[in-house]
Structures are given as C-alpha cells and as structure tokens.
Design a protein around this ligand. Structure first.
Ligand SMILES: [Zn+2]
Ligand SMILES: [Zn+2]
Ligand SMILES: [Zn+2]
Length: 274
C-alpha cells in the first residue's frame, strides 16, 4: 500500500469492503410456508418472503459462508456471490445443512477442498448425511461430481479464516449446544433460546447484533420477540436485526412496534462491518 502523502485518497479507495450478507432469514419451514394461506404467507411484500437461514461474511480475502441452507443455490445466485472460500456451521439442523451439496462447485472452481469449520457433532452429521463425499461407492465419480471437503474442528476459542478472526459464541438451542459467531463489531446468533453466562462478555461493544426471534409466542428452542428484546436491553448493540423469523411476524407491522434500533432482518440485507 502506498504511503505517498500526495495521494491520500488512495487509502480511502483501497479501504476493503466488509459485509455480512443475510442470505436467508426464515425459520425452518421458510416463509411462505407450504399449505399456509395466512396474510404473511400470501403477502406480496418481498420482506415477507424468507428463505432458510444463512449468512455470507464478505471479507477482502474471500467469502465465508455460515451454514448451507436448502436454498443455498438460489440465495447465492440472487446475491450474485460467485465463490465461497470457507464455510462455518452453527449446528447441524436440516434447515442449516442440507444445501451442502452445492459446495461441489467451489471445490471445482478453486481446485482445492472447501474448508468446513464446525464442532464434532456437526462433522458426524455431515459424514453420515453426505457419505458419498467421503466414500467412493458410485461408478461415476468425475471432477465436480461430489463435494470435496476438509474439516477444521472448532470450539469456543477464536480462530482465523481468510484473514478474519472469528469468535465463536456458545449458545443453547433448547438442549442443543450451538455456536454463534462474532467478527469484529458484528455478531450472528441464530437458533438460540438461552445465552449462557460465559458468553455474555463476548457480546459487549457490538455495533450490530443479528439475533434469533422466531415469533411472539414462547418456543422451546428459539427466543420469542420479547425474550430477544431482553437480550438487546442487556447487550445494547447499536443496531439489532431479528432473524429466523416465522410466518407469524409480518415485516412492516412488526417493525412498527419494535423499539428504535431493532428491526426484522430480511433476505438480502447487507450489513457493513468494520
Ligand atoms: Zn434453524
Ligand atoms: Zn402462514
Ligand atoms: Zn436449529
């Protein structure tokens, strides 16, 4: 990078873009939900059309995907994201996992295995559900035919991916231990119904928090809107977006009753981070 004082604008134009791109903001059934004809499922407002949960961290050295939703292909095409360089997993529920086969292309494009950063339980689920990627029982295996994957075990210690330091955050999703992720001043915490005491300090000083808020009625494995607002009151991020949203929350009507600095997220929302 140039240190020439006569070209100060260079440092401005060279400032790297960092974004969190919300690929999907819907609960496990998606919105609209098959067979439902409620006003939200029949709404023509695109904010009420929510694919399954996933995020891309767009960093200067590459794109880091969080979770592989069943709509991954549609999401990446919609957001014009051509390459995924690494994938992190929050947990192994079907709505966060079963788009994994679409990672095939990236192994092919990048000519190397796609790194998957996850906990042991997630790795076991992937090895079981995608056995064809790890064994070779089929007669027609040509380049790009199966995902080529490389596991990296993570826990609650920070780790580095593509020049970004990722801080995992232990969360409880009912009785299932899952991970949220923080990168710099933004945190993504989906599929959570309880934040353990040791994780609260990791949420201090956030500019943006993306947080699970399923619906108004309490649920055994997700925060309700009121519970999520209690988290916001304790963490006090500058801005909060609720995600993993059911068809019971209409976008405009819900935003109108949320406090300042708290909004429902929507598919395609881009959040700049430092
Ligand atoms: Zn989920
Ligand atoms: Zn509905
Ligand atoms: Zn889940």
């Amino acid at each position: 990078m140039s240190q020439d004082p006569s070209t100060p604008e260079l440092s401005v134009t060279a400032a790297p873009h960092r974004h969190l791109i919300l690929l999907g903001t819907g609960t496990s059934h998606g919105v609209p939900m098959i067979g439902c004809h409620c006003p939200v499922c029949e709404s023509t407002d695109p904010h009420n059309q929510r694919t399954r949960t996933g995020v891309v961290i767009e960093a200067p050295e590459g794109n880091i995907l969080i979770d592989t939703s069943p709509e991954l292909r549609i999401q990446l095409l919609r957001e014009k994201i051509d390459r995924i360089h690494a994938t992190l997993y929050t947990h192994a529920h079907a709505d966060h996992l079963f788009g994994l086969d679409d990672l095939r292309l990236f192994g092919h494009y990048l000519q190397r295995p796609v790194p998957l950063y996850c906990e042991e339980q997630v790795e076991q689920r992937i090895r079981t559900s995608y056995d064809y990627a790890f064994t070779d029982p089929w007669p027609n295996v040509h380049p790009g035919a199966v995902p080529v994957l490389e596991f990296h075990r993570i826990g609650v210690e920070p780790f580095s991916v593509l020049g970004q330091t990722i801080q995992p955050i232990r969360l409880w999703h009912g009785k299932l231990a899952v991970l949220g992720f923080r990168v710099n001043n933004v945190a993504f915490c989906t599929d959570v119904s309880r934040i353990p005491e040791e994780s609260w300090p990791l949420l201090e000083g956030l500019d943006t928090l993306v947080l699970d808020a399923l619906r108004d009625k309490p649920h055994p494995t997700h925060f309700s809107v009121d519970q999520a607002l209690e988290v916001v009151a304790r963490v006090r991020p500058r801005q909060t977006y609720f995600t993993h949203i059911s068809h019971q929350l209409e976008h405009e009507a819900t935003n109108a009753r949320l406090p300042a600095g708290v909004e429902l997220a929507y598919d395609g929302l881009r959040i700049e981070y430092a």
